[in-house]
Write a protein that binds this ligand. Structure first.
Ligand SMILES: [Ca+2]
Ligand SMILES: [Ca+2]
Ligand SMILES: [Ca+2]
Ligand SMILES: [Ca+2]
Length: 665
């Protein structure tokens, strides 16, 4: 197939013969004047050409296939909020970009959406400073980076970037999966990272292999207002800092971090960040530097450490270098659930360390595992401890006896695999406000929900879980919740939506599947067929994404009528249904719909014929002439839809005539 970079809706109007030529001449002028349109292209060269002339609202579709890039695919175009420029794969996961480099978005690019690609090229993806509102969604990113190169999957310096529903996997080189910088001393603002699946980052050795590095020391006092939520991280072990936050005012919530041995969420630089509603299991927990962070509603299970309050080697507020391990001041660790961690809460040692100051540790629930609080005596530690629950931890460590109640919190695992408090738990309604080290009282008014996303009631429960019957909005994420196919509400599509067939003929539909779960397979079936009809799919099983031709074959005994065929795709725990209309006509009688003179031609159009059936076009000057004396003007076959469109030359000065369509025997 030749892919022409014309608007698709206009391609559909191209018909046959002389009409094609006219359409080509007209349509080739359209892009100059074009309003927003949808284009399909089949090469990198055509993609680049179409990008270079894109206007707000355009959608550019790259046909499924594998394409090798020889250089960056540069984008500097500007869409709008209402009319973004969308560049997408024909189907999600159906287009792979190999070669040297993928998309590079540079100033002033804005409102650009990149959707559905598989990126395996060697160089990074870049969203530069000066861009805004660009989005990468439902892409699979597994770059082919030479082993000794320091390359990130995506470098982000633009504002209002959205990175969602991507799968970023299998990295083993220096460089981040998401490398967030900025411009001047300002970190990229309002970045939204959500519903991504980050997994299998193996250590190349050394620093600079964070799964996400959000800022830099030199940007750390600028406010990012970033939001990192509903992401799943599995086996992200590029280095100890699984996430390294190096800017201020960001929120990390509702993420799930599993099996990142030695990997931690590192609050490395910056102030005023929120960490809440995160689930961490078999990791190195959270490590905190900087001031005024709030760590609440988190669920820490079977980690080497739950929360590691850093031991500073400088105080940025008092002029220490931005690269310092800023002494943690005025942080809050409250309403968390700690289960079976080797050490639940600690401040480690540091030679000459400044320690940490004024940390509130309150209303947490500790069960099993090792020490509740292991505080190095090599540096100052100040704070307050109050109203925690301890049950079967190996020791209280440095937590004062007045700061906890030793009582069974009645925890039990629910179907999501997380321990929750049960009816009758002493944690229910027993949380309290707390004074900090400086005798300032807090009611924790910002704790308005729990680790399930359920609202806190009038009397907060101790720990991350509020005992509640409200809908659960947050849970330990699985691969069903994140990545390129998560959240798609209708993964099946069918085209055309309706087919008309006379009895005895077949109707063909294209069924497309864009994936329920990345690794899942669906099997296709159909119901609601008319009597005396058979049906089949060219491919019964589709994995991740693909197409199947669905054929319905009627017989002479198929009753006429209008049938809503229910096509189902079942798999991955989901059933998707889509309806295709099949209209079985009474026996076909072709008819001429229009007949008109056009220059030296007469054009006859008609419908309702047997698809692919043969015909004779007869002509005579005298309508009463016996049929066997009419002459044959032309012969041919009806098109697949049973339509016909005949162009016949008429000699200049010829007398008027009559036409008759005869079905070939
Ligand atoms: Ca690091
Ligand atoms: Ca500080
Ligand atoms: Ca309560
Ligand atoms: Ca709850």
């Amino acid at each position: 197939m030749i892919h022409r970079a014309w608007p698709i809706q206009n391609k559909m109007r191209v018909t046959t013969g002389f009409t094609t030529v006219v359409s080509t001449l007209v349509l080739s002028l359209w892009p100059i004047l074009a309003p927003a349109a949808t284009y399909q292209v089949g090469s990198i060269a055509d993609l680049n050409a179409r990008i270079s002339s894109a206007v707000a609202g355009d959608t550019i579709i790259l046909s499924n296939g594998v394409y090798a890039s020889a250089s960056a695919i540069n984008i500097i175009k500007v869409g709008t909020a209402a009319n973004p420029i969308t560049i997408k794969a024909e189907t999600i996961g159906g287009v792979e970009i190999t070669g040297t480099k993928g998309f590079t978005l540079s100033s002033p690019a804005a409102y650009i959406t990149i959707q559905g690609f598989k990126f395996t090229h060697a160089g990074n993806i870049s969203i530069s400073s000066g861009t805004s509102h660009c989005r990468f969604t439902r892409n699979l990113i597994q770059l082919t980076i030479p082993a000794t190169n320091d390359v990130s999957y995506i470098n982000i310096s633009g504002d209002d970037v959205q990175i969602d529903h991507n799968e970023l996997r299998n990295k083993s080189t220096l460089g981040e999966m998401l490398d967030i910088a900025g411009s001047g001393s300002q970190v990229a603002r309002r970045l939204w990272v959500h519903h991504n699946y980050f997994h299998d980052f193996t250590s190349p050795g050394g620093n600079g292999a964070e799964t996400i590095r959000w800022g830099l020391s030199g940007l750390s006092l600028s406010t990012g207002d970033g939001l990192c939520e509903y992401n799943l991280f599995v086996r992200c072990e590029g280095e100890n800092e699984m996430i390294s936050n190096k800017s201020s005012g960001n929120t990390y919530r509702y993420n799930t971090v599993l099996d990142c041995d030695g990997g931690e969420i590192s609050q490395r630089h910056g102030n005023d960040c929120l960490y809440y509603g995160n689930y961490m299991r078999n990791t190195q927990g959270m490590r905190i530097y900087g001031d005024r962070h709030k760590i609440f509603n988190n669920y820490f299970e079977s980690n080497s450490v739950g929360v590691n309050m850093g031991n500073g080697d400088g105080d940025v507020y008092n002029g220490a270098a931005l690269t310092a391990h800023d002494r943690p001041d005025d942080n809050v660790v409250a309403f968390n659930t700690f289960i079976g961690n080797a050490t639940h809460y600690e401040m480690g040692g540091r030679t000459g360390g400044l320690g940490s100051s004024n940390t509130v540790v309150a209303n947490n629930l500790f069960q099993g595992g090792g020490s509740m609080a292991s505080i190095s005596s090599s540096a100052p530690y100040t704070g307050s401890w109050s109203n925690n629950i301890r049950w079967q931890t190996s020791s209280a460590g440095n937590m004062p006896a007045s700061a906890y109640t030793n009582v069974n919190p009645l925890l039990a695992k629910d179907s999501s695999g997380a321990y929750h408090i049960q009816s009758g738990s002493p944690a229910i309604d027993t949380a309290k406000g707390s004074y900090n080290y400086y005798e300032v009282y807090s009611t924790f008014s910002y704790v308005t929900n729990d680790m399930d996303g359920q609202p806190r009631d009038a009397n907060n429960d101790i720990g991350a879980d509020e005992f509640s019957a409200a809908p659960v909005l947050v849970h330990i994420l699985t691969t069903n919740d994140v990545g390129i196919a998560a959240g798609l509400t209708n993964q099946l599509s069918v085209a055309p939506a309706s087919q008309l067939v006379p009895p005895g003929l077949a109707a063909l539909y294209a069924v497309s599947f864009t994936g329920a779960v990345f690794t899942s397979t669906i099997s296709l079936s159909v119901s609601n067929l008319p009597a005396n009809t058979t049906a089949g799919f060219s491919r019964i099983a589709l994995t991740n994404a693909g197409n199947s031709t669905f054929t319905v074959t009627t017989t002479g005994n198929t009753p006429s009528g209008n049938y809503a065929l229910a096509i189902r795709g079942i798999g991955g725990g989901l059933t998707n249904t889509i309806t295709a209309a099949l209209i079985v006509s009474a026996n076909a009688v072709p008819r001429i719909v229009t007949i008109a003179a056009a220059g030296t031609n007469v054009i006859i159009r008609g419908t309702n014929a047997q698809p692919f059936g043969s015909y004779l076009l007869l002509t005579a000057t005298n309508l009463t002439l016996p049929l066997n004396q009419w002459s044959v003007a032309s012969t041919g076959a009806f098109d697949p839809s049973g339509n016909f469109n005949l162009t016949n030359p008429v000699l200049s000065g010829a007398p008027g005539g009559f036409y008759l369509l005869q079905l070939a025997p």
